[in-house]
Design a protein around this ligand. Structure first.
Ligand SMILES: NC(=O)C1=CN([C@@H]2O[C@H](COP(=O)(O)OP(=O)(O)OC[C@H]3O[C@@H](n4cnc5c(N)ncnc54)[C@H](OP(=O)(O)O)[C@@H]3O)[C@@H](O)[C@H]2O)C=CC1
Ligand SMILES: CC(=O)N[C@@H](CCC(=O)OP(=O)(O)O)C(=O)O
Length: 309
């Protein structure tokens, strides 16, 4: 790899692509862009891929799959091939891909460093997995726990189409969706949180651009006998004590969804009643920060072995 690695963002003009481009200014890398008029042309994209050390895919799932085939085509014709970081849902549970959540386990940063294919996590799974996985790993929550996840997102989570609808036509103040109970993030949450059962996941979107809260209610008598809210909090604190982005915070009585807008951090909380019979676990993040572009920058830094100047 040259002194200044080259990055090509396929989908640079989209919501996630723009966020990554902006954040890349903090890293010692060179961005290889293509003429916006040619951004969907196969030839122009293939040339840009061949010139890059890392390709970041910020595309819809189908276009991401096509882009990965293009990189594989380069390899088949004996050309140098870039590493790939994919922001879509297409490869988050695929064999041969490393899940780009460095806080997942102690070994995950090294796995991301070594990988040639990394899948950037979804926004909701980032919150849900961050709350659930340490509790399963610590043996406090059994893998067959009946998990329910409620979440609210800012409308930028829906990409360009939802942004245009909300901003031009003044979309709904608040709406539940995914009520077919088969949201595209369920397989990812289940696989990386190590859950045996499919969680019930009820996402929602509000008339605000950015911000997210993921919340998971827990009946304490369904956890491993004797588990307290303090045990849950300790397990989370132990997992994230070394993280620069994830922190465990004091429980609050109210939580505002857009408090972390512009930050790449995520806050986790354990809210309990006095009798310790009910707990609600919450994760608060910027859906475009730790939920998308911020997470991508963490992965890019690991994959290219660079850090902010
Ligand atoms: N928004 C979010 O909060 C998050 C989104 N993601 C994921 O990131 C990916 C991108 O999402 P997002 O940025 O929101 O979407 P956007 O719709 O905002 O951006 C997608 C971009 O890709 C371009 N594009 C579409 N098809 C092609 C193609 N065949 N070749 C080249 N460019 C193409 C689009 O151009 P045009 O507009 O002209 O069609 C657009 O610029 C998605 O897979 C999404 O699931 C991940 C985490 C969070
Ligand atoms: C509000 C909204 O529509 N959100 C999107 C998820 C956005 C996201 O971050 O997920 P991906 O990375 O998988 O695209 C949805 O529910 O499909």
């Amino acid at each position: 790899m040259s002194a200044e690695p080259v990055v090509f963002i396929d989908g640079e003009a989209g919501t996630t692509g723009l966020g990554i481009r902006e954040r890349l200014r903090a890293l010692p890398v060179r961005i290889h862009s293509i003429d916006p008029a040619r951004r969907k042309e196969t030839q122009a994209r293939a040339e840009a891929m061949a010139a890059a050390d890392l390709v970041v895919l910020c595309l819809p799932d189908a276009a991401s799959k096509e882009a990965v085939e293009m990189v594989e085509g380069l390899a088949a014709s004996g050309q140098r091939t870039p590493k790939i970081l994919d922001a879509s849902t297409a490869f988050r549970t695929a064999p041969g891909w490393v899940y780009g959540f460095p806080e997942l386990s102690e070994d995950q940063p090294e796995a991301i460093r070594q990988a040639s294919r990394v899948a950037n996590p979804g926004c909701y799974p980032t919150g849900a997995i961050a709350l659930l996985r340490p509790l399963i790993d610590a043996g406090l929550m059994k893998p067959d726990f009946p998990v329910t996840i409620n979440a609210v997102s800012g409308y930028t989570g829906g990409g360009r189409t939802m942004i245009e609808t909300q901003e031009k036509e003044g979309g709904p103040a608040f709406m539940l969706y995914g009520l077919g109970l088969a949201h595209k993030h369920l397989p990812e949450i289940r696989q990386h949180a190590l859950l045996e059962k499919r969680p019930i996941f009820v996402p929602s979107v509000g008339h605000f651009p950015r911000g997210m809260i993921v919340s998971i209610p827990v009946h304490m008598d369904l956890l491993v006998k004797g588990t307290t809210a303090a045990d849950l909090r300790r397990a989370l604190e132990e997992r994230y004590v070394t993280s620069s982005f994830v922190r465990v915070c004091k429980a609050e009585n109210t939580l505002v969804a857009d408090a972390l807008v512009g930050s790449d951090d995520m806050e986790l909380r354990v809210h309990a009643d006095e009798a310790n019979t009910h707990v609600v676990l919450t994760a608060r993040l910027d859906n475009l920060g730790k939920g998308a572009s911020g997470a991508a920058i963490q992965n890019i830094a690991l994959m290219l072995g660079v850090s902010p100047a």
